[in-house]
Structure formats: C-alpha cells, structure tokens
Ligand binder design. Structure first.
Ligand code: ADQ
Length: 468
C-alpha cells in the first residue's frame, strides 16, 4: 500500500478526534489505516521576515507537519485571495469579490513555499491528496520541483460555469494549475460539467489566438466524488439517552409544538436572510403556525475579519429581532438565533427533535448538514428535509422537498407541506434518503477517490465506477 499524504489549509489535531467534525475524522481514519502524513498551515502567524519553521510531530501512525504563515501571507493568501476572491467567485457572488493583484501574488507565494517545505517530506510512491481552493497551484509547484508522484485534488466548494469562472483573476493560470493533477475531483456532476466547459472555452480562446501550443495537454481524470458523513457515528449520537433527555427538555420548555431547525456557519452563501424571510412568510401565509412553530437557527461565527461576514451578522440579528418583535408573544419566541459552535452531540439531538430540517443555501458544494439531519432522524417518526436546489446535496437527495431558496413563498409552502406531511409519506421519503446517505458516506467518498487516484490512466470526463 502506498503512503498517503494529505494536504489542506488547516490540519486536524489527531489527539482531539472527539471534538473534530466528520470530515477530519474521516481523513484521520484513512491516515491511520495506511500510515501517512498530513501537511498544512498551523493556524498561527509570525512577523514578516521571521523564519516560518516547519514542525513535524508523530501520533501513532500519522505524521503531522505544519508551518505558520507570515502576517502578510495570511492577509494575501488566506484572507485576500482564498476567502475574498475564490470563495465568492466560485459561489457565484461576484458582487462580493475583492480583487487585487497583491492577493494573487500572496496566493502564489504561499503555494510555492508550501511546495518547497512539503517536497522535503515526499518519498517516491507516496500518493498525494490536496484539498480545496486554497491550494489549487500546489501540484504545479511540486512538479516544478521535480515531484513525479501521483497527485489528486478535491474541491469542496462548487466550480462555476465559464461565464463566472473567467471573473476570477488569473483564471487561465489557475486552470493550467488544475491540469497538473492526475485526478481532479468535484462534489457533483454539475461541477464536473462546469469545469469541462470552462476548460473547453479557455482552450478554444487560446487556439483562436494562436497560442494553442502553449496550452498543456491534460492526461488526468476528472470525476465527481460526492462527499458524505459517518452515518452510524452521527445516528448513534442522536440515539443516546442524553439526546433523548435533551429532546424532552426542548419539548417541555418550549411552548411551540413544531420545531424547525437550521445549522450553518454564518456565511453569506448559506442563504440565512432569505431563510428568515421564508419563515416570516410561513407565519403570514399560514397563521395557524403562529404560537406553534419555532425556527431555531444555529449559526456560529466564521471569517469575521472579512467585511461581508460582519454585514451578514448584523442583517441576521436585525431580521430575527424584527420577526420576534412583530409576531412573538409572552410565551412564544418565533426565532431562536444562536451565534456559537454547539457540540456535535447536541446538534444530533436537536436534529432528531426537529420536525423540519431547513437547508437552504444559495450555493453550496455539498452541504453535510443535510446528510446529518437525515442520519439523526427516528426512522419510525422522521422529520422532513427541505433542501435548496443549489446545494450539491440536491443532486442526490431527491426525496427531500427541493426548493428555490430565493423564493420565500415557495420555501414557506414547502415548510407547510413538511409540517402537514402524513407519517407514511415522511417514512417513505426518509427511508429513501437514508439509503442514499448510507450509500455515499464518508468512507465511500475517500475510498473511491483514492482508488481512482491510485489507478489513474483514465481520460478527461471518465467517471470511474469504483465500488468499495
Ligand atoms: P461548510 O461550508 O462548512 O463546508 P457543511 O458541509 O454544511 O458546510 O459542513 C459544516 C459542518 O459544520 C457540519 O458538519 C455541521 O454539523 C458543522 N456545524 C455547522 N454549524 C455548527 C455549529 N453551530 N456547531 C457545531 N458544528 C457546526 C464546505 C463546503 C460544503 C461541503 C463541505 C465538505 O462549503 O459544501 O459539504 O465543505 O466538503
């Protein structure tokens, strides 16, 4: 078995597995199984000019190698290009992209630096798996340094269509960087098709301008590997006695009988103001839900140093205050808004105790909350998932109530349909969803990706039929 090297912007701490999310655990498991190394930023910054030393530690079978960034690198690479350009552009939010050339330089510089540090740790035969938009140029930089190992890339966020993709600065360079991989994995078939169309348009443009010779030949594989969760582990958390007690407390203390839940990082891609607007419409269009239904929105802070994130926080606080002021009563608070991280066990219990799971991002690579909501339900009396058509998860989870998150009336109707849905239909939809969530779980995701990376030699557009 080849040794596996995983590279991602942030690295999970193997000694803190209990607190880590499903994805981190999924990656740690495979590293433990085949022995491996996880490389990335250590989350700290050092002053300009101070040496950024790589630190290497061993945990059982896993080597963790991390390094700090300089303050300027953090600003340009992380805050600047990754989160203020690639994140909004790839999520179709050109209006929120802040484009400046220093940020691109920083992005290039950090990827070069990571490649130099990582190349000292690579052995012949290692499989290298690079994650996400922060690190698109890493394989090209490693190739420059003579690395001939098989290198795969997985993009956790959507890939936009060509008309949006070309708004990213240096998009032709970024595309060439992607062609340095042996395997490029996306969340959905829609992303694969967007990537292929963007590539074809750039090739056509280069050919038209007589520069076709300069365009690199791509011999790698492109395919969709929809990410999943550890279904059993999450379901088990929702079934504990403690979870049961929490659900009972929720029902005893709240005057509301119907619980609707949303759980998302506080990010403008998650459609939170639109969601509150839809909940307001539910109360207006179906007043029987007043004093009866509650929306619990859990939205922990992220990336608060980016302006757009501070804006969304204020907007949300204003909107939930307005709904509560207008509709609320002495014994009923329509919106419960919680702005912090909640332990995963608590989330699992809250999902299980909620009649409706509201997952309505404006754009999302996959969305694991949708899958966690399904996994946490009581099969005998399950809640209903209302899911945005713009979440990657909607490609597979077709038995959810699929909605357009921009249309508050449509989402309100779907919530009402979910509230009124007969038990037989809820069970039927849930059983079908649970089967899908099981089939494409986190193990299937990582094993099918790694099988394709190890096997190689397919051509563009080939979808490997890997069953593990
Ligand atoms: P995210 O945008 O972070 O991930 P998501 O897939 O929903 O979105 O994952 C969020 C995770 O954080 C879930 O496991 C959820 O339970 C957890 N979480 C959210 N709020 C929490 C809270 N208050 N307390 C504790 N935990 C909380 C990116 C992409 C997604 C893609 C994933 C994985 O944007 O589209 O699905 O990567 O590839």
């Amino acid at each position: 078995l080849s040794r596996l090297i995983v590279v991602s912007n942030r690295v999970a701490d193997p000694s803190q597995t209990a607190r880590a999310g499903g994805l981190a655990v999924g990656i740690l498991d495979i590293l433990r199984e085949c022995g491996g190394l996880w490389f990335g930023w250590d989350g700290t910054t050092v002053a300009e000019g101070e040496a950024a030393e790589i630190s290497v530690t061993e945990h059982d079978n896993i080597t963790i190698a991390t390094m700090p960034l300089s303050d300027k690198d953090y600003q340009d690479y992380y805050h600047g290009f990754s989160n203020s350009v690639l994140w909004p552009v790839f999520h179709n939010r050109l209006d929120l992209a802040t484009i400046n050339s220093e940020a691109v330089d920083g992005y290039r510089r950090v990827n070069e630096g990571f490649a130099r540090a990582l190349s000292t740790l690579i052995r012949p035969g290692d499989l290298i798996w690079i994650h996400d938009y922060h690190l698109i140029p890493l394989a090209a930089e490693l190739r420059e340094l003579g690395c001939r190992n098989r290198i795969g890339f997985f993009l956790h966020i959507p890939f936009p269509g060509p008309e949006v993709y070309v708004a990213a600065p240096e998009h032709a360079w970024l595309m060439r960087c992607l062609l340095a991989y042996d395997l490029v994995g996306f969340q959905t078939q829609a992303d694969v098709s967007n990537f292929e169309r963007s590539l074809q348009e750039l090739e056509a443009k280069a050919r038209h301008e007589g520069r076709y010779g300069a365009w690199p030949e791509f011999s790698g594989t492109v395919a969709a590997f929809p990410i999943g969760i550890d279904v059993e582990a999450f379901a088990a958390m929702a079934r504990t006695e403690e979870a049961q007690a929490r659900i009972q407390r929720l029902n005893r203390h709240a005057s509301a009988r119907i619980h609707i839940i949303g759980v998302d990082r506080l990010d403008y891609t998650k459609g939170l103001p639109e969601r509150l607007r839809s909940f307001r419409r539910l109360l207006e269009l179906y007043p029987e839900n007043q004093k009866v239904a509650t929306l619990m929105q859990i939205a922990p802070p992220t990336r608060e140093d980016v302006d757009a994130y501070a804006d969304i926080r204020h907007e949300l606080e204003g909107m939930s205050g307005a709904i509560n002021g207008e509709f609320g009563d002495f014994d009923w608070t329509p919106v419960r808004y919680i702005h912090r991280v909640v332990p995963r066990e608590t989330l699992a219990a809250l999902f299980r105790g909620s009649h409706v799971g509201l997952v309505t991002p404006l754009r999302d690579g996959m969305n694991l909350v949708a899958k966690e909501y399904v996994a946490a339900q009581d099969e005998a009396n399950p809640g209903v998932l209302v899911l945005s058509r713009f979440a990657g998860a909607a490609e597979d989870l077709v038995e959810a109530l699929i909605v357009n998150p921009y249309d508050p009336d449509e989402v309100a109707h779907a919530m009402q349909q979910a509230i009124k849905m007969p038990l037989a239909e809820r069970r039927e939809r849930h059983a079908a969803l649970l089967e899908r969530v099981h089939k494409r779980d986190v193990r299937h995701w990582r094993e099918s990706f790694l099988a394709a990376l190890a096997a190689g030699n397919a051509t563009l557009g080939f979808i490997p039929e890997v069953r593990v």
